[in-house]
Design a protein around this ligand. Structure first.
Ligand SMILES: CC(C)(COP(=O)(O)OP(=O)(O)OC[C@H]1O[C@@H](n2cnc3c(N)ncnc32)[C@H](O)[C@@H]1OP(=O)(O)O)[C@@H](O)C(=O)NCCC(=O)NCCS
Length: 168
């Protein structure tokens, strides 16, 4: 099992990511989102999980912001995350998340935000409590944030702003 950066110039990588994301979600909306973000300036990190030369998982991180009305605070959106059904529950999703968070921390990113299952993301440090001062259209229990730098969310409140590809 290898976690590596997606080669966005590779037709094979792009096709494999589309196939994985479509199969995992059972529809094309999230794969379309990946393609729109990849073609924009907002995609930050796209990672794939590869086993025996085959892509079986994918995660994308993109730029987003928190609008405090005084300034735009940079944050990162984690979305989407996908692992092929036959490879789920083997820790691949966890590896993609942990690897991604580490890369982002190294690059100086301070805040990551996810809309996801409340039973899954807290194990990586995401917290609905931390995201409470952030206004979003999402159910509060599924809207979570993690600080990659201690105190990054202290005193930060305001509406979240997603890149246009999210259609939010
Ligand atoms: C969510 C997903 C990426 C997890 O990938 P994975 O490789 O199976 O995850 P891991 O093996 O690292 O973790 C498995 C654990 O996550 C839990 N889990 C997975 N999906 C979950 C969900 N939707 N809700 C709650 N828990 C979930 C499993 O119960 C398992 O828990 P356990 O370790 O306590 O048994 C994968 O199930 C998937 O692609 N799902 C379809 C697409 C999707 O819903 N993406 C996430 C959007 S937020």
């Amino acid at each position: 099992m290898l976690i590596r950066t997606e080669d966005s110039a590779s037709v094979a990588d792009r096709a494999a990511v589309r196939a994985v994301v479509t199969a995992a979600f059972g529809r094309t909306d999230e794969a379309d989102l990946v393609e729109q973000l990849r073609g924009s300036e907002h995609a930050l990190t796209s990672l794939v999980a590869e086993a025996d030369g085959q892509i079986i998982g994918h995660i994308l991180f993109s730029r987003m912001w928190i609008d405090t009305t005084q300034r735009l605070v940079s944050a990162v959106a984690l979305a989407p995350l996908a692992v092929l059904h036959e490879h789920q529950r083997k820790g691949i999703g966890s590896l993609l998340i942990r690897h991604g968070l580490e890369l982002l921390r190294e690059r100086g990113e301070r805040i990551v935000i996810v809309l996801g299952h409340p039973d899954y993301y807290p194990r990586f440090g995401f917290s609905a409590e931390k995201a409470k001062p952030l206004q979003s259209p999402f159910p509060p229990e599924a809207f979570m944030a993690i600080e990659l730098a201690a105190g990054a969310l202290e005193g930060v409140s305001g509406a979240v702003v997603y890149p246009p590809a999210f259609g939010i």
